[in-house]
Every structure is written in C-alpha cells, then in structure tokens.
Design a protein around this ligand. Sequence first.
Ligand code: PMV
Length: 325
Amino acid sequence: MPKNFTTAKAHPNIAFIKYWGNADQNLRLPANASISMNLSELETVTKIAFLPDQSSHLLKINGILQDTEHTSRVATYLESVRNLYAFQGSLAIESHNNFPMGAGIASSASAFAALAVALNDLLELNLPQSGISALARLGSGSACRSIPAGFTVWEKGRTHLDSFAATFAPPDHWELRDIILIVAAEEKAVGSTQGHALADTSPYQSVRVHDAKRRLEICRRAILNKDFNKLAWIIEQDSDMMHAVMMTSRPPINYWQPASIAIMQKVRDLRKNGIACAYTLDAGPNVHVITLATDQTKVINAFKGFPGLQDMYISNIGAGAQVIP
Ligand code: PMV
C-alpha cells in the first residue's frame, strides 16, 4: 500500500570549492564543479504528506505556516519535480531546523536535500542516490551535495541526470571541524539564486571558472592526504575568488562586514602561530573556520569575546540525507 506520509533528515554543508554561477539557470547546472563537507550538528527534518483534496501546497517551517510568498519557491520546485515524475494533488510539508532560521546559516541546502529524499520515498520513485542528488539540485544547487555523506564532490555535468554529487571521502576520514562564527543573523539582502544570475557580469568570473579544476584537484588531494596547510591555502583562495566575483558583479554584492574581515585576518595570524585553521565564507558575512579536532579548543578560545561576534556553532562531519522512521 502506498504511504500517506514520510519523514527525512539532511544536514547543510560548507563548500570548500564554491559553486557560483550557473551554466543553466533553470536546471541549476553549475558553471564549475565544487567540493563540500556535511555538517553533522546542524539538521533539517522534513515530513511530507499528500493533500488529495487541496489545490495548493502547505508549508510549515519550525511550526509556523508560511505565506504564499515564502511557499512559492517550494511550489515552483514541486512543479519541476511534477514535470519529471508525474504525481497528483498537493503536499503538506512540515520542516524543522535545529538551528535558528535567522542565524545566518544557509538552510536551503539541508531543506531541499531533506525534501528530495522525502519525495523519492513518498512518490516511490526508487531513484539511486545520484538521482536523488540531482532532484535536490533543482531546488538549490548546493543541496545536491547534502545527499551523499561526508566529503562530497559535485561534478558539473551537462544534463539534469548527470549533474549530481557523490562522496569521495567518508565522514570519519579526517577529524575536521567547522566553527561557524556568526556576525550577522538577519536574512541576506541578495539571495544566492539572484547572485548566481549576476556572476557572469563580473570580468573575474571566467577566470574563476577556468581555474576551478586546478583548485578542485588541490582541495580533493589535500583532503585525501589530510594535508591541512594545503587545504587551508586553497579554501581561502577559493572563497576570496568567489567574493571577488561578487564584489565586481553589476550590481556589486558585498557580503563581507568589518567583523568578517577582522576574523579572516585573525585566522591567518593564528595559522602563522601554528594553530591549524582556515576561513571560508558562503553568500553571507558569517565566517566558517575550518580546523582540526586537536586545535578546536584553541580556536574557540581565540574567538571568545571577539568584537562583533554574536554566536558560535561547532560542527563535526555529517552523514548523508536519509529517510527516518
Ligand atoms: O545552492 P545555492 O543556490 O544556495 O548556492 C550556494 C552558493 C554558495 O553557498 C555561496 C557556495 C556553495 O557552493 O555552497
């Protein structure tokens, strides 16, 4: 008998080699391949159920029923899923994040990853992991990297089904930690979907994309060989290159705030003094400080009371997205 509802869980991820700009906006096929690590301490749990007699979808996030404006991105996503895998009726979606929504940590990756896993189960699509990853990508590009476990690579691909992420090292491969330093908790002014569409207006984007393969290989090898110094150098360069593109787009997007810059400087100073740490920033001002388990306490202590720091989250490396009982 078909199920009435299903529940799935997914973690967000932090990109080491960033995805910025699309080769195909509608399919969210990326301009370049990317690498990330899942974050085990943060998660989204999503329950979905059929609403046979309703014409529109219902979306609740952290217990609050969302208005049409907030539901529209999910509704558009569900229509693209319906075009691929016909299904009848509407859905009730109830999603919970264990991290506050306005905390400045991107929740779209874990949200669409959990939703894709739940859809695969409820609609009995029986997709392989690569197919679920591709399905998540249609909602938010980076969500495809939250489907497989641990350290994942998203090869860009040319069609819907060959643009997906896969694990290249499991979560227990290397004891890295992500210390997320929150300097601004409000929603960002320019969302990533809008940002991707502006990437090509920067003269630096073609250089960034052209050089992406080199950075990706260095990063992948640094992770496989557990070479922290190489990893530190390449993820900082990659993050800076993406932000250089953002800052030189038309109109420009500036995500860095004074506190973000001060933290980046401090991370470099700490590294000079022998503490394993490196920074990377997604489309926002909050700084992810990547460190080793052995140096975690030193990094946390170094940032306690840092000017402009509002909050701190610490995460290990996460599993892939899955259906939960
Ligand atoms: O998946 P999106 O559309 O939210 O884009 C994510 C973009 C970055 O977080 C800045 C980089 C990345 O690869 O995750």
